[in-house]
Design a protein around this ligand. Structure first.
Ligand code: ZN
Length: 531
């Protein structure tokens, strides 16, 4: 068994408003949940993360007004590191100083002064003295950033890089990480030993600092309370629980945290660990667009809402997330081609979504063939996989990076909606035409219930994810063209996609062609007829 990596990190803060301002306005994270500590409803529980609250990006706080500072020491997480794109630390050092943040190690003019295992690092503290780090990571630029603050996208935080645990003795903690949690010992330098899960996700690294002389940590403002690592689902979590108990850890029973299910245990070095499920996530009790706006309470506390609200200090989320989530009004988020309609009358539009390795020019000839005279809108996939462009990341062929898919599905849907406005496209006369990877993200927009256009031609599509619950697609019309001999999409998979769309209420015409994965003349004929 093997975890993907960090799910979230939870720390103690003092003043709630300062905490909220620092993480949203200075670091540019999204405030994804405003709730209370389920075990102590008199205090807030704040969650900061990426746009969707993806596991691996979530930093949470219990802000206790007037809390005294704790002490960093053995038996706790003594540094929390975020990933940033390569080359961004100098800009971060400027930004942090501009906001009056205490920077402990900063890049000298032009080049970073400090590196860890070869990666440039910037160390600083929040106003409660919580040790934070930014580490340049070549993978970071491939993850989408949250645009809620004025942090330029080119330097914005992309989830966690790692946490550092300080313990008096490495052996027990190393044993837990490698023999129970599935980490691999990757490197060491001095007292620091690096462990990784090798997953393609944020937060795959845990560093352990062995310091025999370190005094025990004292919980208080600026000190991490626990670190949570990821379980895929509840079945996975039950296996962890059994494995932990077999290894004689006093792990708690599963607790329902509304946004995930959790078990907790203290490892022998003293660090409190949690294992949290990836689902159901932060849209469990409010829509993506309004995350963090309202105080959310678990069902058991809802009847005490009036009393709870009376006791919580008032806070203000400085910038309205409604404005935050609005697409950058320029259409620059995706490189694209737009060819206006040349046919008279009410112009039809095709939104063309290319396959892996294609570009915005790829499907233009197809568009001209199947709908002569129609307007053509064709964005370029913004994920670069070894020089091949696609619309979202995959872990390997046919296995998708679900966090990335979720974020990019919404980003593309917002961009299409913005293009509909900017180019005066009539969505009722528009059709998405996706091939392969482009068909998969079109299917993802439909299944996520965020497609700005209700008509789609999906060529060689597969199931991008399985929504639960199903969206209402009763106004949606889909033509699916699959290949009987497609080596990439097994016919059972395309059948399942057609079935999912139908069960969600869509009208689906699913045609299976005598073809493999590539486009054929028959695809064009059927697409033109269906249109
Ligand atoms: Zn937790």
């Amino acid at each position: 068994m093997k975890t993907t990596g960090i799910h979230h990190v939870t720390a103690i803060a003092s003043d709630p408003q300062r905490n909220l301002d620092f993480y949203t306005q200075v670091l540019g994270l999204r405030f994804v949940k405003r709730t209370v500590n389920f075990d102590d409803p008199a205090s807030y529980h704040f969650y900061f993360a990426d746009e969707c609250g993806s596991p691996g990006t979530i930093l949470t706080f219990f802000p206790w007004p007037g809390a005294k500072r704790g002490r960093q020491g053995a038996g706790s997480v003594t540094a929390t590191a975020f990933r940033v794109p390569a080359g961004s630390l100098a800009a971060w050092a400027d930004r942090l100083r501009h906001h009056g943040v205490r920077v402990l190690s900063a890049p000298a003019a032009g080049s970073p002064a400090e590196s860890r295992f070869g990666a440039p690092i910037l160390r600083f503290e929040d106003h409660d003295g919580m040790p934070l780090e930014l580490i340049e990571s070549p993978d970071a630029a491939n993850s989408r950033a949250w645009h809620g603050a004025d942090v330029p996208a080119a330097i914005a935080i992309r989830g966690f890089h790692s946490v550092t645990l300080t313990v008096n003795e490495l052996a027990h903690t190393a044993d837990l990480l490698t023999s129970v949690l599935g980490y691999r010992r990757a490197d060491s330098a001095g007292a620091r030993t690096r462990f990784t899960t090798d997953a393609a996700a944020p937060g795959v690294v845990i560093d352990v600092l062995e310091d025999p002389a370190a005094p025990e940590s004292v919980l208080g403002a600026g000190v991490v309370h626990h670190v949570a690592i990821r379980a895929r689902d509840e079945a996975d979590q039950r296996e962890w629980l059994e494995a932990l108990r077999r290894a004689r850890f006093a792990a708690t029973d599963v607790r329902d945290r509304t946004y995930f299910r959790s078990i907790y245990f203290r490892e022998r070095g003293g660090v409190l660990f949690e294992i949290a499920t990836d689902n159901p996530g932060f849209t469990a009790d409010e829509p993506l667009d309004s995350l963090g706006h309202a105080l959310k309470l678990p069902p058991g506390l809802e009847r005490h809402r009036a009393k709870i609200e009376q006791h919580l200090p008032p806070i203000t989320l400085r910038s309205a997330p409604a404005a935050d989530t609005a697409p950058p009004s320029d259409l620059a988020a995706y490189t694209h081609r737009f060819i206006p309609a040349s046919a008279p009358g009410a112009p039809r539009t095709l939104v063309l979504l290319h396959g892996t390795g294609g570009s915005e020019d790829d499907l233009l000839p197809l568009g001209k063939r199947v709908a002569p005279g129609a307007a053509l809108l064709s964005p370029r996939g913004d994920v670069n996989e070894n020089g091949q462009l696609r619309f979202f990341k995959r872990l390997r062929e046919g296995v998708f990076d679900q966090d990335d898919l979720r974020i990019r599905t919404r980003a593309l849907s917002r961009w299409i909606a913005a293009a509909i406005d900017a180019y005066r496209i009539d969505p009722a006369l528009a059709t998405m035409v996706g091939f392969s990877n482009g068909a998969n993200i079109a299917a993802a927009m439909l299944l996520a219930g965020v497609a700005p256009i209700g008509r789609a031609i999906l060529i060689r599509a597969m199931v991008p994810f399985t929504p639960d619950p199903l969206p209402d697609l009763s106004a949606v019309n889909v033509l699916m063209l699959s290949g009987r001999d497609d080596p990439i999409v097994p016919s059972a998979n395309s059948e399942r996609l057609a079935d999912l769309l139908r069960r969600a209420g869509a009208t689906v015409d699913h045609q299976v062609l005598d073809a493999a994965h590539n486009l054929t003349a028959r695809d064009l004929t059927l697409a033109a007829q269906w249109l």
